[in-house]
Design a protein around this ligand. Structure first.
Ligand SMILES: C[S@@+](CC[C@H](N)C(=O)[O-])C[C@H]1O[C@@H](n2cnc3c(N)ncnc32)[C@H](O)[C@@H]1O
Length: 286
């Protein structure tokens, strides 16, 4: 561990606001928001802006100025990143605050990180609570047990990515599958025909999946709607753009390396792969 001598403020902080409103905002994030000249934000719900206004005198809601019905979502991300970069050039430090974790499926974060060096701007990204964190609770699920595969739903289809039926799967943006255009329209059953057919290549029709929507506000519960793959399109009105599809594994993969499994509880084997000096850092738990 090395102590940071250089405590200079970056020009841009990129933070996540978590999923459940104010309760998920970390102290570290609050602290940088207080030190910022402007917060440019995309919270889960408009109510998230209220808390940010308590932290900084200048707060800009990027959602209404970026998204346009039926327009490519990339245009919205271009607007967001351009506004953050312009603000940082004019009155640093500024904070770009998105819901969830700022590096989990957040394209404008990538754009800002890529463009900033060309403009001589320093950027610091802070960790935050993602829907991945909240869904592990809502689904009572530990990814250490059978691993985890997760894909963006449209990307899964266009690349025809193979799925491993013995590994839990999260499909992000399933309610927005098949289009990069922004839309607030409700989904029709037709939106889910292609993805259902694709999933049926790997899972049987009677396999039960879950549409998970973690609580976006302390007053709401999480919603986990379970249905069989065969019935997927019948749930079109529940499959909105904010949720994620969870596909549990069909079966457990059997042990393939009998030699190693025999060694994992052996002290002699442990001695053969370690040496006497105590390991630095925190104690690990499992
Ligand atoms: C553009 S991504 C943003 C993810 C966000 N940065 C995060 O860390 O969770 C939007 C997708 O995240 C997932 N998502 C966002 N909020 C969620 C929630 N409350 N419950 C479940 N999934 C959610 C959905 O798959 C949704 O389509």
């Amino acid at each position: 561990m090395t102590l940071h001598a250089d405590r200079r403020e970056p020009d841009i902080y990129i933070v996540g606001l978590g999923i459940k409103g104010i309760e998920h905002v970390t102290r570290e994030t609050e602290s940088v928001c207080r030190r910022s000249q402007e917060i440019l934000a995309v919270p889960t719900l408009p109510a998230g802006m209220t808390h940010l206004r308590d932290l900084c005198h200048r707060v800009t809601d990027l959602h209404p100025v970026s998204y346009r019905e039926d327009e490519n979502r990339l245009n919205a991300y271009d607007t967001m990143s351009a506004m953050v970069l312009a603000a940082a050039l004019d009155h640093p430090p500024v904070t770009f605050a998105t819901y969830g974790h700022p590096l989990v499926y957040v394209y404008p974060t990538r754009q800002i990180l890529d463009a900033a060096p060309y403009l001589g701007l320093d950027v610091k990204v802070l960790p935050a609570v993602s829907a991945l964190d909240t869904m592990t609770i809502d689904l009572d699920f530990d990814p250490a047990i059978d691993g985890l595969q997760m894909y963006e739903a449209t990307d899964l289809l266009v690349r025809q990515r193979p799925l491993q039926a013995d590994v839990p799967c999260l499909l992000w943006q399933v309610g927005a599958v098949e289009s990069v255009l922004y839309s607030s329209a409700l989904n029709s059953p037709e939106r889910f025909f292609r993805i259902k057919d694709y999933l049926l290549r790997f899972y049987p029709p009677e396999h039960e999946v879950a549409a998970v929507y973690s609580s976006p506000h302390p007053l709401f519960d999480a919603s986990v709607v379970r249905f069989t793959l065969a019935d997927m399109e019948r749930h079109h009105d529940q499959l909105h753009q904010g949720l994620t599809l969870y596909i549990p594994p069909l079966s457990r993969r059997p042990v393939a390396d009998a030699d190693l499994i025999a060694k994992v509880e052996s002290v002699e084997h442990l001695r053969s792969i370690t040496h006497d000096t105590a390991a630095p850092g925190p104690r690990s738990e499992k």
